[in-house]
Structure formats: structure tokens, C-alpha cells
Design a protein around this ligand. Structure first.
Ligand SMILES: [Zn+2]
Length: 153
């Protein structure tokens, strides 16, 4: 399978995880971490409302799960896949975790920190800068979010 096809398949799983957020009326964002061999080592979905936790974003939950699986905080060699462009907190978290690659779906014009409002992960002042692939299955990720906001706002 090409890396493009692999990324698209992984995004399919992230889109599935995002739907889990709907159970608690959380904004549907899903994320997962795969290691260098392609094994999923952490998954998460936005759980801010469910947990009453401002930091319970899908990416942070997936990174924590992956670090737990690995038994250490360094996630070098890993790829984080998320349905929506990370915010400043999540972009900062993935840099701190030393994730090697980021794959995301839809851009977030209001809070995105990987090209939209800021570009935290590719800041030249950092010595660790993950590779980024943006816009993977972006239409599906956007449709999921738009459907949620049409119903909840
Ligand atoms: Zn975030």
C-alpha cells in the first residue's frame, strides 16, 4: 500500500473515533497514533464535555495512550493522525512528544496551529519539526464537523 493509501485508511479510523465524541455531545474530533511499523498504539476522541476537562482534546488523549503503551513519553518514529488541524496546545504536545509525522484532515480556520493561524510544528526555532501531511479526507472531516455544529449551535 502506498503511504497515501495508508494515511487515508488511518484517517478512516480517526473519522470513526470522532463519532464516539458525539455520545457526550462533544465536538467530533478523532485521533490515533501509529508506530513506525504501522501498529496503532493510542487512540482518542474529544472528551472535553464528557470529562469537564479543557485539555481533553483527541490528540492529547491519543498521545497519552500511546506513551502509556510504549512505556515512555518519547514517541519518535510515530505518526499522529487527526481529523482536524491541531490547536496550539495539541501542536505543542505533539512536538514535545517528538512525534515524527502529523497527518490531519480538515483545516481549522478559527484555531488551527499547523498553518491556519499559527505554524507551531514547523517553527524554524524548534529543533524538532515533524513532517506534515494536511488535507487527508478533509471533505469527510469537515462534513462531520459541519453536521455537528448545524445541530448544536
Ligand atoms: Zn487541541
Amino acid at each position: 500500500m502506498s503511504s497515501r493509501a495508508k494515511d487515508e485508511a488511518l484517517m478512516g479510523r480517526a473519522l470513526e473515533l470522532a463519532t464516539r465524541a458525539l455520545e457526550s455531545a462533544d465536538v467530533p474530533v478523532g485521533a490515533l497514533v501509529v508506530d513506525a511499523e504501522g501498529a496503532v498504539i493510542g487512540e482518542g476522541w474529544n472528551a472535553r464535555e464528557r470529562d469537564g476537562d479543557p485539555t481533553a482534546h483527541a490528540e492529547v488523549i491519543a498521545l497519552r495512550a500511546a506513551a502509556h503503551t510504549r512505556g515512555e513519553w518519547r514517541l519518535d518514529g510515530c505518526t499522529l493522525v487527526v481529523t482536524l488541524e491541531p490547536c496550539t496546545m495539541c501542536a505543542g504536545s505533539l512536538v514535545l512528544a517528538r512525534v515524527s509525522r502529523l497527518v490531519f484532515g480538515a483545516y481549522d480556520d478559527k484555531a488551527g496551529a499547523v498553518g491556519s493561524l499559527w505554524d507551531v510544528v514547523r517553527d524554524r526555532r524548534l529543533n524538532h519539526r515533524p513532517e506534515v501531511r494536511a488535507g487527508v479526507r478533509a471533505e469527510e472531516a469537515s462534513a462531520q464537523l459541519l453536521a455537528f455544529f448545524a445541530e448544536h449551535r
